[in-house]
Design a protein around this ligand. Structure first.
Ligand code: 6PG
Length: 243
C-alpha cells in the first residue's frame, strides 16, 4: 500500500479554492478523455463552498462537460434536504442551481427513511452505478475537522471499524446527530483523494497528519490510505502554518 502525498500551499482560502477548481477541470477532461465520465464525491461543511461557487461560475463552468460528470456526496447530515445543515442544500445553493447538469447525474444521499435504510439504499445506488465492478471514485473531495475527522468519520465511532460496507449510518455523539457517510473501504478505493483545508484552526491537525505524528488511536483522517490512488492536499498558508 503506497500513498504519495502531494501537498500544495496557497496564499488564502480563495487561492486554494481556485487551485482546486482548476484541478477539477483538468482532471475531469483527462478522465472523460480516457473513459467518458468523471465520477466525483463532494464534501460538505463550509470550506468547499467557494470551490463549488467557482465551478458554477461561467469562467470554470464553460470548461466543464457537466453531461459527463456524476456527482455523489461523501457524507450527509441526516436532516431534510431543505435544512440549513444539509450538505445537499449547500451544494444545491452553491453549485447545482447555477449549472446545467442532467438530474440523472446527481446522487444525493437519501434522508427520507431511517439512517440505517438510507445507508443501505445509497450503498445499492453506488454498487448499481458502478455495476458492482470496482466502485472507484475518480475525484473524492474531503474536508478536515480540527479533531481530525473527515466525511463523517469521527473518533471513537463504530464506522471506523467497517471493513465491508461502503456506506454506513453513524450516530455522531460529538454532534448529537445521525449522519450517513462513506466508509474507509470506499474512500480508500478512490483514484484521487483531495483534502481541501483552510484556516488557522486547522494548522495543528494538518501538521499532525502530514508529519505522520503518532496518535493513539489514530485520527480518522490518518486512516485515509488509498489502495492505489493518490492523496492531494490543497491548503492555505494558515492551515499549513505548522508544516
Ligand atoms: C461535513 C463534512 C465534514 C467537514 C469537516 C470540515 O459534513 O461537515 O463532511 O467532514 O468536511 O467538518 O468542515 P469545515 O469545512 O466546515 O471546516
Amino acid at each position: 500500500m503506497t500513498t504519495k502525498n502531494n501537498i500544495f500551499i496557497w496564499k488564502d482560502t480563495e487561492a486554494a479554492s481556485i487551485a482546486a477548481a482548476y484541478f477539477f477541470v483538468t482532471e475531469c477532461h483527462r478522465c472523460i478523455a480516457k473513459k467518458g465520465k468523471f465520477v466525483v464525491a463532494l464534501s460538505g461543511g463550509n470550506t468547499p463552498k467557494r470551490l463549488y461557487q467557482l465551478l458554477a461560475s461561467p469562467e470554470f463552468s464553460r470548461n466543464i462537460p457537466w453531461n459527463n460528470i456524476f456527482l455523489f456526496w461523501s457524507d450527509e447530515r441526516y436532516v431534510p434536504q431543505t435544512d440549513a445543515d444539509s450538505n445537499y442544500r449547500m451544494v444545491k445553493e452553491n453549485l447545482l442551481d447555477h449549472i446545467s447538469i442532467p438530474l440523472n447525474n446527481i446522487f444525493p444521499m437519501p434522508v427520507n427513511s431511517t439512517p440505517k435504510e438510507a445507508a443501505k439504499e445509497y450503498e445499492t445506488t453506488i454498487r448499481h452505478f458502478f455495476k458492482n465492478k470496482r466502485n472507484v471514485f475518480d475525484w473524492l473531495l474531503l474536508g478536515l475537522g480540527e479533531d481530525g475527522h473527515t466525511a463523517s468519520l469521527f473518533a471513537d465511532t463504530v464506522i471506523l471499524k467497517e471493513k465491508k460496507r461502503f456506506i454506513k449510518e453513524v450516530w455522531v455523539k460529538q454532534k448529537q446527530t445521525w449522519r450517513i457517510s462513506f466508509t474507509l473501504p470506499l474512500i480508500n478505493k478512490a483514484t484521487q483523494i483531495i483534502f481541501l483545508v483552510s484556516g488557522k484552526e486547522k494548522a495543528t491537525v494538518v501538521a499532525d497528519i502530514l508529519t505522520h505524528k503518532k496518535k493513539y488511536p489514530a485520527l480518522p483522517s490518518q486512516l485515509i490510505k488509498p489502495v492505489k490512488g493518490t492523496i492531494y492536499w490543497i491548503l492555505d498558508e494558515q492551515s499549513a502554518a505548522n508544516i
